[in-house]
Design a protein around this ligand. Sequence first.
Ligand code: PMM
Length: 267
Amino acid sequence: MTQLWGIVNVTPDSFSDGGRYASVEAAITHGRELLAAGAHVLDIGGESTRPGSERVPVEVEQHRVIPVIEALAAEGATISIDTMNASTAAAAVRAGARYVNDVAGGLADPDMYAAVADSGADYVLGHWRGPSSDMYAQAHYTNVGAEVAAEVADRLAGAIAAGIAPERIVVDPGVGFAKTAEHNWALLRELNHVTGLGHRVLIGTSRKRFLTTALGDSTTEEQRDLATAVTSVLAAQAGAWAVRVHNVAASRDALAVARTWQGVIDD
Ligand code: PMM
């Protein structure tokens, strides 16, 4: 059964003056809602990686995410920490996280592989070519599926050499990271290169701008949830182990319909 990873962003709410308490409480509540909607894993992040985003100091990142991880892990949730920072990864695992989701695949922090190896957590290794502030400068490919898979294979070798057991590593081709919309669609069409690496594969398409190629430029992020649910089914059919989504209920239903179509009655 495809794993549903629900996204919990712990970032200050610009419309609220409640400060840290408000964003922590809101994130915990949101995490509970995603679990009720069927999320298997909550992916908790305190630093945006959207195109153009600036980095957040690690102290601020940890101040945001650690109380949320502690609270939700104590309630029995399976937690992933979405971070590019080794120290945040280590602190999050101490607080109860079971996965370290690193969109930079170890390239943003030279200590990441060692921190993950020591922590005992599973590792999501994302394809990345540079910081979000100028990621489009790196968006050059002739055969995106093969090139992404080759670069991920390189990172995999480094992670395994640093002591992370291969079966603990999930790979992610990094939809939207140093890729144009055309690259993202081609990458998804050629997912066999990445699934062929022999690891679990996680795909993150949720609400991303490239979906407007299909939907039209004027769609808001929330208006991309149905399209995201369709990509969840297509990703699952292409061999993905997990999808990372904002609207868990939409992808849960879409995946349930696809399973039923295929005659799989598993829940
Ligand atoms: N995308 C974002 C953040 N974290 N993690 C993984 N593993 N894969 C992704 O594609 C991914 C990620 C950016 O999206 P968001 O800002 O909507 O969370």
